[in-house]
Ligand binder design. Structure first.
Ligand code: MTE
Ligand code: QUE
Ligand code: MOS
Length: 766
């Protein structure tokens, strides 16, 4: 298949790509504004909007009393009040909505809204929630083998706890929606969402109208990363409510500070573990307890916990294992999907454990990893799915050789012997990431393909372009399947009006699902066209018989492979089909075969396949300041037969550095009162261009097509996020070495400069 530049690359670079806020003001358009709670826990006792409503330019102010339909929204269960009625559950929870002619009027009105809140003690941390036994849902479990026997048969046992922090999505485009009221009940929403179907449903439910009266359209997102999977619904539902009451278009955009404060983040986890292993570092038993901070409402927390549990063993075969997982409620904004969807949390935990085992035994951590990898004999996961097409060993061999890992590790050891204050570390991390939504019903997709009589083609599918290159890949797929040039294909903005009942673009399944659905539609069209063409040619010259199945679509031509003189250009064929009255539009549909998961039993086949990869990071650490400098990263990643190698390498690079941010820099700090302290880029430290390692070798594994997927490709969006864990592991390596591996360094995620300095201090002076 021909590859292509990201179709919006030039538009992005020149600022010409249209994001929602680039759409010029609609006639009569109003400015939407949310007034949110300044306290994390309390009761809204009373409020008075009368003074605020008098501000010139203010058209309406809405409270919970003004919701015509459902007063609650939510992704899985409707548990979140659209606007606070009595109990307040987090800072940022919406209280009132203002529609005004302009922003100044809205801000002035906000100041004049009078309300009384009775403050209550908030629960902020997982530990506080545990003390109150404030579980979101009962603890879940996945287990296999016999733990007790496993520990008895182990040479050594170690125990510990491990934490990771939150992560802010920091998509460049903040949450935004425009609501456009139409005739009667019609409501059109332009939304920066990963899930237009969910927005459609929630808007309809909140307004008390039918789904068919709501259309949601999304051309592109200025980044989503999971943060617009469920939480794009807020601005959309608010804009819709204001538009409903004013009968005017309403634009609702969050300011950066509000976006950072109001919206949920990657879930912090607090994990406990006990692991038994033999003298070679082979793991015999592991008892793992994962605890996530869900925030105030369910959002996708249970699905995220499930994915964390299904990745709690990462690439390692552990014969006796118990994984228990609980999501704990707190008075923080509901935490939500973020690239990896719990997978990174589960994997970071086991990678910390394996690193500890290696340090304890004074072995090369990469080798301890290797001997625990799934292999041909040991290939069943704790949840009963067989690991097929395992690429771990081949990737390990290729990458360690290419990156010269073993020699460089020796050099690092030598370097550290001769340097007192500046140390180096190198670490490797494997990736085994399950592809499919673990909620099996979500693994389906639709498409609509229209051929016009000039031979140009419109393709609509349910997937969302958020920068990851989905539209480009779908366009390539459509061009290849129809055998026409790339320029003939136009991907139209995604809308619920063309493809209904779509899943979110998430779980890295965008191209797998929508690519297959588009192919299905194209297969139908090709069959129709071939049949009509065979009849047409056979009628013209009955001496030769063309069979529909012999027609080939390639190079903008359609021809009979048995009688190549019977050929017609694609555009002529389109015209001919119209004259012959053959329908030139078709819907397509796909559902992933064979996926299921029994939550009660903790067993099943939740993933269609696994994506594999391995990453190595070498870095330098200044012990006196805690400053980390990445020196080199080497990544070998399995994308099957890549649909677009440039885009896939870009995805790997981006995921790696985004993950390094979570590992080493990004630190969401909350007060005891549940307020996020660092709600701006000035106080929330993220990776920037100078943090990219100067030597950054990213390669795709060549020659391993994936059976049963669209053009033998593999999903790429989330799996490479795992590579960044190698940076954290390299820091941990350095710290462990400081006292010759006598104690486990006190290091959690994120390993920010301050935490590193404290850990160094503990190692050297306590
Ligand atoms: N890449 C860019 N540039 N922007 C994004 O928002 N989101 C990531 C990943 N890569 C994201 C991205 C996440 S969280 C997912 S699930 C996938 O893209 C979704 O797209 P896909 O299924 O088409 O890979
Ligand atoms: C990965 C994901 C998602 C997931 C499971 C994964 C995801 C998502 C859901 C989900 C689960 C239950 C629901 C629902 C959504 O599950 O993004 O509406 O009822 O939304 O393994 O990325
Ligand atoms: Mo991605 S976290 O599944 O949107």
């Amino acid at each position: 298949m021909k590859t292509a530049y990201h179709q919006s690359a030039i538009l992005h670079a020149t600022g010409k790509a249209t994001f929602i806020d680039d759409i010029p003001k609609f006639p009569q358009e109003l400015h939407g504004h949310v007034v949110y709670s300044p306290v994390a826990h309390g009761i809204l006792k009373s409020f008075d909007l009368s003074q605020a409503l008098k501000v010139p330019g203010v058209i309406t102010i809405l409270s919970h009393k003004d919701i015509p339909g459902s007063k609650k929204i939510g992704a899985v269960t409707l548990d979140e009040p659209v606007l606070v009625q009595d109990e307040i559950s987090y800072i940022g929870q919406p209280l009132f909505l203002i529609a005004a002619e302009n922003e100044q009027a809205a801000l002035q009105a906000q100041k004049l809204i009078k309300y009384e809140i009775q403050e209550l003690e908030p629960i902020v941390t997982i530990e506080q929630s545990m003390q109150k036994d404030w579980k979101l849902e009962p603890t879940r479990k996945i287990e296999r083998g016999d733990l007790e026997k496993g520990f008895k048969n182990s040479d050594y046992i170690i125990e510990g706890t491990f934490r990771n922090g939150a992560q802010e999505h920091w998509y460049l485009e903040t949450q935004i929606a425009i609501a456009l009221p139409g005739e009667l009940n019609e409501m059109k929403i332009l939304s920066s969402t990963q899930n237009p179907t969910e927005i459609q449903a929630l808007v309809a439910e909140v307004l008390g109208i039918n789904f068919h009266e709501v259309e949601v359209e999304t051309r592109r997102l200025g980044g989503g990363f999971g943060g617009k999977e469920t939480q794009a619904a807020y601005t959309a539902v608010w804009a819709a409510l204001l538009a409903w009451h004013t009968k005017r278009p309403v634009r609702m955009r969050l300011e950066r500070k509000d976006d950072q404060l109001i919206t949920g983040k990657r879930h912090p986890f607090f994990n406990k573990y006990k692991v038994g292993f033999d003298k070679n570092g082979k793991i015999i038993a592991a008892d793992i307890e994962l605890n996530g901070n869900a925030g105030a409402f369910a959002d996708l927390s249970m699905a995220i916990l499930e994915r964390a549990m299904l990745h709690a063993e990462n690439a390692y075969y552990i014969p006796n294992i118990r994984i228990r997982g609980t999501m704990w409620r707190t008075n923080l904004p509901p935490n939500t999907a973020f690239r990896g969807f719990g997978g990174p949390q589960g994997i970071a935990n086991i990678e910390n454990i394996v690193q500890r085992i290696a340090h304890f035994l004074r072995l090369d951590p990469a080798m301890v990893r290797k001997i625990n990898f799934y292999d041909d004999q040991h290939n069943i996961t704790p949840y009963g799915q067989k690991v097929e097409n395992n690429r771990l060993h081949i990737i390990f061999d290729k990458l360690t050789k290419k990156a010269n890992y073993f020699e460089r590790r020796q050099k690092v050891i030598e370097f550290n012997k001769t340097h007192k204050y500046v140390k180096r570390g190198i670490a490797l991390v494997p990736v085994k990431f399950g592809i499919s939504f673990t909620a099996s019903f979500l693994n389906q997709a639709g498409a609509l393909v229209l051929i016009y009589t000039d031979g140009s083609v419109q393709v609509n599918h349910g997937g969302i372009e958020m920068g990851q290159g989905l539209y480009t890949k779908i366009r390539q797929i459509a061009a290849a399947e129809l055998g026409v040039s790339y320029d003939k294909i136009k991907i139209t903005p995604t809308t619920t009006g063309k493809v209904p009942n779509t899943p979110p673009t998430a779980a890295s399944t965008g191209s797998d699902l929508n690519g297959m659905a588009v192919k299905d539609a194209i297969d139908k069209l090709k069959k129709r066209i071939s049949t009509a063409l065979a009849d047409y040619f056979n009628e013209q010259d009955p001496k030769i018989t063309s069979k529909p199945e012999d027609f080939v679509f390639e190079n903008d031509l359609i021809y009979d492979a048995q009688h190549p003189e019977r050929k017609i250009s694609f555009s002529e064929a389109a015209k001919l089909m119209h004259l012959l009255r053959v329908s030139l539009s078709a819907t397509g549909y796909y559902r992933t075969p064979g996926v299921y998961f029994d939550r009660e039993k903790g067993q099943g086949h939740p993933f269609y396949y696994f994506a594999f990869g391995m990453g190595i990071t070498e870095l330098e650490l200044d012990l006196l300041t805690g400053k980390v400098k990445l020196l080199r990263a080497d990544i070998l990643h399995d994308a099957g037969d890549s649909l677009n190698p440039q885009i896939d390498i870009g995805q790997i690079e981006g995921a790696y550095i985004q993950s390094v941010g979570w590992m080493l820099m990004e630190d969401c700090r909350y007060t005891e009162k549940g307020r996020l302290l660092n709600d701006s880029p000035g106080t929330y430290k993220m990776p920037v261009i100078t943090d990219i390692p100067p030597v950054f070798n990213v390669e795709l594994l060549q020659g391993y097509p994936q059976p049963g997927t669209i053009r033998k490709s593999k999903a790429i969006g989330e799996p490479p996020y795992i590579h960044g864990i190698s940076a954290w592991l390299a820091v941990k390596d350095i710290l462990a070495e400081l006292d010759d591996f006598k104690s486990d360094p006190d290091l959690d995620i994120p390993a920010t400069h301050d935490k590193i300095v404290l850990a160094v201090n503990k190692k050297l002076f306590v």
